[in-house]
Design a protein. Sequence first.
Length: 256
Amino acid sequence: MPIHTYPTQLLSDNSLLSTWMEFKVFKRTSLKNSTEHETVNLYMPDDLSMPSSVQWGNDKPMGIAGAALQALRGQGTGVGEVMVAGAIDSVKNRISDYISGEAYNAGYSYDAQHTADVASVGAGMVQNPYLTAIFDGVNFREFQFRFKLVPHSESDCEVIDNIIKVFRGNSLPEKGNIPGMLNYPSEFQIRYVFENKDHPYLKKFMRSVITKVDVQYGSGDQWTQYRNGFPTAIALTLQFKEIQVVFSEHVLNEGY
């Protein structure tokens, strides 16, 4: 199994051994199974982040009628409380008709709303929407890492070139055996390694896929290269998305 390491002395130099990043590549063999294909070891980036997000939406479970009922019962600010003087009794009666199902027959449906809109402008107030937060679900976590790859020898050029090929190649699908079909891109198991084991304080990753590979050639000021044509510096930016949802138990009990 190929192992690509940058800097090349990362796993042999005691001063660098303490912490690094490990990217194991897995080729999917079936819907549920995959096999380890190769590994990339890279130095720790300058900045690390652990973003997590969940989705919450807004809803109006009570609606206009429910809010109006609360206002009429003295349980908060509603339609009845924002009407201008002289129109309150009329609005109360119309809301009552609406609730009892007589609003449609009486022709009050539009007129009551119009009255409320006019009163809102005049009073400088609007109906309390009575919004409720509704939990919608958990998002897949996404991560970005940026590495600066600078070769110091001829062999470094080959190592860096191979590392870039690993990430770019495994971010893309392969042509399937069935015409017109594509095989899924490879998956990655990312790990922060501390003294050759999981880092005790940096969090774990679920199995992930690459969503973007950005390769910037050159130092940024002007184009420079070595005698063999290899750029003097390469900035590699990788974006990953986990393909498994992280739940509370994973964070509290398993270190994710």
